[in-house]
Design a protein around this ligand. Structure first.
Ligand code: GLN
Length: 275
């Protein structure tokens, strides 16, 4: 058996060809310490390395566990973040949200940010790393908070990204206010059919009632208590949610802007709190 045949195992289980090749490369690098450079230099894979690769490929094909959970890491905003099945795998689209947040924080000299449903902490840590602000990441899941804390430690930003267990605002103290509230909440309508990979991600991080909108509604309703005047609220959006979320924001927010992703889907919404 050779690497090509292992790639074919992935393709045969339904993984797209380029993705399969990319995953083989990741598995080789991560578990066999065998890089593209080794390959280019004509370095041969040892029998032991091949066996390790084969073992991982079989797990991937049989379980459809996302490759990021198998290697335990995911690339986001120029860093590797630890991920486990307790947290959502950071998505490329979420970088649009984070980049916009960083720009607003730096332009307005914001000091405090609340990240609701922090999961792996990828949003909180990326903001803390790239701005002068301190970020509080909250999540209902203690296991997710453990992963977020590990990520802040890995990045050396424990003093700027801090975490607290809270069901939305339940553990935010009265009078505790922020310059920005950001969230990539669960937004997939219940009963949506998803790929086998996504079904390994925590349901709590994916699905939301009220046709996917419940967390937008709850966060928007509570924002006046916790967001400073002229502060910003930023959300990632699911498909076809921008009009309804915009309507919920209209009363208390000005300068509402929607940003599209590369697939032309309304992906991020921003508003300035003016009341
Ligand atoms: N904030 C995390 C992320 O964007 C987790 C989001 C979630 O679990 N819904 O990846």
């Amino acid at each position: 058996m050779n690497i090509q045949e292992l790639t074919q195992i992935l393709i045969d289980c339904g993984i797209e060809q380029n993705e399969a090749k990319y995953e083989i490369k990741l598995l080789l690098e991560h578990f066999c310490k065998y890089t593209e450079l080794d390959k280019a230099c004509g370095e041969k894979l040892s029998e032991e390395q091949f066996y390790t690769l084969k073992e991982k490929v079989i797990i991937r094909a049989e379980t459809r566990l996302p490759i990021q959970y198998i290697i335990g890491e995911s690339w986001f905003m120029g860093e590797y973040f630890k991920v486990t099945p307790d947290v959502l795998i950071p998505r490329d689209e979420t970088e649009i949200l984070v980049r916009k947040a960083i720009e607003l924080i730096n332009n307005n000299d914001f000091k405090t940010v609340l990240d609701i449903g922090t999961g792996s902490g990828c949003i909180a840590c990326s903001i803390a790393k790239n701005t002068a602000a301190t970020v509080l990441g909250v999540d209902i899941s203690s296991d997710a908070l453990g992963v977020a804390l590990d990520n802040a430690t890995r990045l050396g930003i424990n003093n700027k990204a801090v975490f607290r267990k809270s069901d939305l605002f339940s553990n935010i103290r009265d009078g505790e206010k922020f310059d920005m509230i950001i969230s990539n909440p669960p937004y997939i309508p219940i009963k949506t059919t998803l790929s086998p990979e996504v079904m390994h991600e925590p349901a709590q991080a994916l699905f939301a009632e009220e046709n996917g909108l419940i967390f937008y509604r709850k966060i928007i309703e509570n924002t006046p208590l916790y967001l400073n005047k002229n502060g910003y609220l930023l959300f990632e959006l699911g498909i076809n949610q921008s009009a309804e979320v915009k309507k919920m924001m209209q009363d208390n927010f000005a300068e509402i802007v929607v940003i599209k992703d590369l697939a032309n889907i309304d992906r991020v919404i921003i508003g300035k709190f003016i009341k």
